[in-house]
Each structure stands twice: as structure tokens, then as C-alpha cells.
Design a protein around this ligand. Structure first.
Ligand code: B1M
Length: 212
């Protein structure tokens, strides 16, 4: 089996130690970083996202796989100078104002990154103006808003309003998600997409990328 295939399988299995060792070995033996990412991590996270969506695996397995990928990416990071990994899109991601939950948001971020999407993660309790500023600074095509509390769903609306006020609403596609959020809410507030889970979030961004 090729070393990249082994990285792919170890990532799906969520085996952090194996991913670390194999990624180091691959680098040492001259495998291109782009090949490790494009043929190892990205398809692995694709499988994990699909299996999660189909109910074949659950959050703990998905977290393990996402962390394994993150560990592998950390091995690659110091070697990334000058290597351009083609990114599909740039996403500004955050948990909205008043909300401190970040496990689901982080999972969404890791899955997006694992799918070749650049993620600017603003963290938790992010005020609307910070999203606006980040879209401008990074010229992002997507804004991904996570909320876990019914009381912070209004912060999603406030963020969309702030983007409208800043004249940026038509420049970005807005994706919303989190436990209390659903498609009906997304439609009501005129978001461009809703995702039920981290795997779906990747699919939505990929679908929407051609429209922005
Ligand atoms: Co909080 N909490 N919490 N909490 N907490 C909930 C959400 C709650 C449902 C628990 C309950 O009462 N049954 C409840 C909300 C009730 C409601 O509003 N309807 C609740 C409450 C009330 C609170 C506090 C108010 C409690 C208090 O202090 N009285 C407080 C609020 C603090 C604040 O945010 N201001 C609070 C605090 C906390 C902790 C800090 C202790 C901790 C968070 C730690 C952290 O995130 N670092 C916490 C936790 C852990 C939970 C539960 C137990 C687990 C949440 C979680 O991480 N799930 C949660 C109950 C539960 O869900 N069972 C609960 C795992 C995670 C992978 O799933 O985040 O849903 P989730 O993400 C999923 C999808 O939703 C989706 O993809 C993810 C992966 O599939 N998704 C997106 C998420 N964001 C997305 C964005 C997208 C697309 C998909 O696109 C942009």
C-alpha cells in the first residue's frame, strides 16, 4: 500500500499517532505536500463526512478523524512555505455573539479545512461587526455562523443585518447551523444554506461555491 493511502486510512480510523508518523515518513521520502493533502486527508475527511451523514459513524469517531487530520496538517505546516494548496473557497467561521459553544463549530471548521476550503475561524461569542471586518480583510466568499442556544439565534439575524448594512450581503454566501437551527429558520432569515452537521456543511459550501 502506498504511504499516502496509509495516511488516508489512518485518518479515517482517527489514529493520530499513525497519521503523525506516516506524514513525517511521507515528507522524509519526498512525497509532495499537495499529494498528502489532496489524496490523503481530503478524501479521508470526505469518507468520514459521508459516513457521519449516513449514520454509520458518530460524533466521537468524526472528532477523532478530524483531530487526526489536524495533527497531520500540523506536521505539514512548517513545510508549507511556498507551497500553495489550491483552496476551493474562503470561509469566515464563528460561533455568534453570546454563545460559547465551540465543539460543533470546530468540527465544521476541521471538516471544511479537510476538504480544501480555507477557514478563518473567529472563535466564539463573535459580534456581528467582527464578521463584517473579517469578510472585508480576508475577502471571503462565505460566512458560516454557528449557534447552539435558542437565545443566540437572534445573533445570526443580527450578523446578517450587519453584513447587509455594510453592503456585503450580496458578496457572500451565508451558511447557518447548530442544534436549534433548521432549514425553516434559514429560509426565514434569508440565509443561503443550512447544514445539519459538519459533513453537510462541506457539501453545502461545495454546492454554493459556483454561485458566489
Ligand atoms: Co451548553 N447548552 N450551555 N454548554 N451544551 C446546550 C446546547 C443545551 C441544549 C443543553 C440542554 O439544556 N439540554 C442548552 C441549550 C438550550 C437551548 O437553548 N435550547 C445549553 C445551555 C442552556 C447552556 C448554558 C446556558 C447553561 C448555563 O450556563 N445555564 C450555557 C451557555 C453558555 C453560552 O454559550 N453563553 C452552556 C454552556 C455549556 C458549556 C460551556 C458547559 C459546554 C460548551 C463547551 C464548548 O463548546 N467548548 C456546553 C455543552 C458541551 C453543551 C452540550 C451538552 C453539548 C454541545 C456539543 O458540543 N455537542 C449541549 C447539549 C447537547 O447538544 N446534547 C448543550 C456536540 C457537537 C458536536 O454538536 O454543537 O450540535 P453541535 O454541532 C453539530 C451540529 O449542530 C452542526 O454540526 C455539528 C457536528 O455535526 N453544527 C453546524 C454546529 N454548528 C454548525 C454550523 C454550520 C453547520 C453545522 O454551518 C455554519
Amino acid at each position: 500500500m502506498s504511504i499516502v493511502k496509509s495516511i488516508y486510512e489512518a485518518t479515517i480510523a482517527g489514529n493520530r499517532d499513525a497519521v503523525t508518523d506516516l506524514t513525517k515518513q511521507a515528507l522524509d521520502s519526498g512525497v509532495e505536500i499537495e499529494e498528502i493533502v489532496q489524496d490523503g486527508f481530503i478524501p479521508a475527511m470526505g469518507v468520514v463526512g459521508k459516513d457521519f451523514g449516513a449514520g454509520k459513524i458518530y460524533i466521537p469517531e468524526m472528532l477523532l478523524a478530524a483531530r487526526a487530520m489536524q495533527t497531520g496538517m500540523n506536521v505539514l505546516k512548517p513545510h508549507l512555505g511556498g507551497v500553495e494548496i489550491k483552496t476551493l473557497a474562503k470561509v469566515v467561521l464563528g460561533t455568534v455573539r453570546g454563545d460559547l459553544h465551540d465543539i460543533g463549530k470546530n468540527l465544521v471548521g476541521m471538516m471544511l479545512e479537510g476538504s480544501g476550503i480555507e477557514v478563518i475561524d473567529l472563535g466564539v461569542d463573535v459580534p456581528p461587526e467582527k464578521f463584517v471586518e473579517a469578510v472585508k480583510t480576508h475577502q471571503a466568499q462565505f460566512v458560516a455562523l454557528s449557534a447552539l442556544l435558542t437565545t443566540t439565534m437572534t445573533s445570526i439575524t443580527d450578523t446578517i443585518d450587519a453584513l447587509k448594512d455594510a453592503g456585503l450581503r450580496d458578496e457572500v454566501a451565508i451558511l447557518v447551523g447548530g442544534a436549534p437551527v433548521n432549514q425553516a429558520f434559514a429560509d426565514e432569515i434569508d440565509a443561503d444554506g443550512y447544514a445539519d452537521n459538519a459533513g453537510d456543511a462541506v457539501d453545502r459550501v461545495k454546492e454554493l461555491v459556483h454561485e458566489v
